[in-house]
Design a protein around this ligand. Sequence first.
Ligand code: NAD
Length: 341
Amino acid sequence: MAERVLVTGGAGFIGSHTCVELLAAGWDVAVIDDLSNSSREALRRVEELAGRGLRFVEGDVLDAAALDRAFGDGPCAAVIHFAAKKAVGESCADPLGYYRTNVGGTISLLGAMRRHGVRRLVFSSSATVYGDPAPEACPLAEDAPRLASNPYGQTKRFVEQMLRDLAASEAGWHILSLRYFNPAGAHPSGRIGEDPRGVPENLLPSAMQVAAGRLPELRVFGTDYPTRDGTAIRDYLHVVDVATGHLRALDHLSAVDGCAEYNLGAGRGVTVFEVIEAVRRASGREVPCVLESRRAGDAVAAWADPALAERELGWKAERDLDDICADAWRWQSENPAGYGT
Ligand SMILES: NC(=O)c1ccc[n+]([C@@H]2O[C@H](COP(=O)([O-])OP(=O)(O)OC[C@H]3O[C@@H](n4cnc5c(N)ncnc54)[C@H](O)[C@@H]3O)[C@@H](O)[C@H]2O)c1
């Protein structure tokens, strides 16, 4: 019988791509999502792509009864915990909302895991735990200082610490935190992708919407950074690579006694202008830009040393920036209104 995995936030950007890969790899999948930043249509398309169904519970991870329904009666091998709020800017305006969902939601989930006798967890952490590193500190390995500089990053740092404390206090936990750098792109089928509510905060979806004419211009924050072209450097990672990272993480859980953290990054730093150029190549469209001053809280440069994940999880990013942009453009142009098409 196939093993079952519970995916919180499975209707979201990374969650939906991970569900496709899980179903394709033979896992039975249950999803709990409150659809606060996603739609039921994403999961319908996941099922269509995989040619198999999944179990869906619409509910909040803060709601113990909804979590109990999501776990159901049968055995559950592991949980992948994506459900969270993720906008840095919004987290500065509403820190308590972020602590409630991201930290409180994880405490609620861990309680439900205990009730259902499940001790295997893959947690979505983030490169924001590293804060604003000095450019010469890159590439960032897992032991780089964790100096998160905004409430969103702090929630990820606190949850990582909480998971460590839990695993130290109680034998039998197998927990892996994956620190994603900058997931981007879409499924190569063009059927699922990133569908942010409102105006996107991230560079790639914003640039795609400008290329598509859905937004008038792209705001570039900071052109006087000490980098090769003056713009900030990030490590963009294809979302399908992020998804396969979760499969490798599940395979590796038994080998983790307690807690471990891994970077998921491509290991290459790309500037904002280089991304814009790649979006132009992929779309064949202009991307009008407005150059603005630096945005508070933005790091100059952050890219990963992904060697540990390659060595211990057997995972590495297979797709490059042009793949990311080509797939993101297919998704954008075939679904101009996202899942609202
Ligand atoms: N996308 C990125 O750039 C990035 C980078 C690093 C880490 N992460 C982390 O990865 C995870 C997934 O990110 P994503 O980009 O897919 O975001 P997303 O917003 O697309 O997905 C999150 C999903 O969780 C759901 N959700 C939110 N609050 C919930 C709650 N209280 N109960 C149930 N469901 C809830 C949302 O409806 C959404 O479907 C998040 O934990 C995020 O912090 C994302």
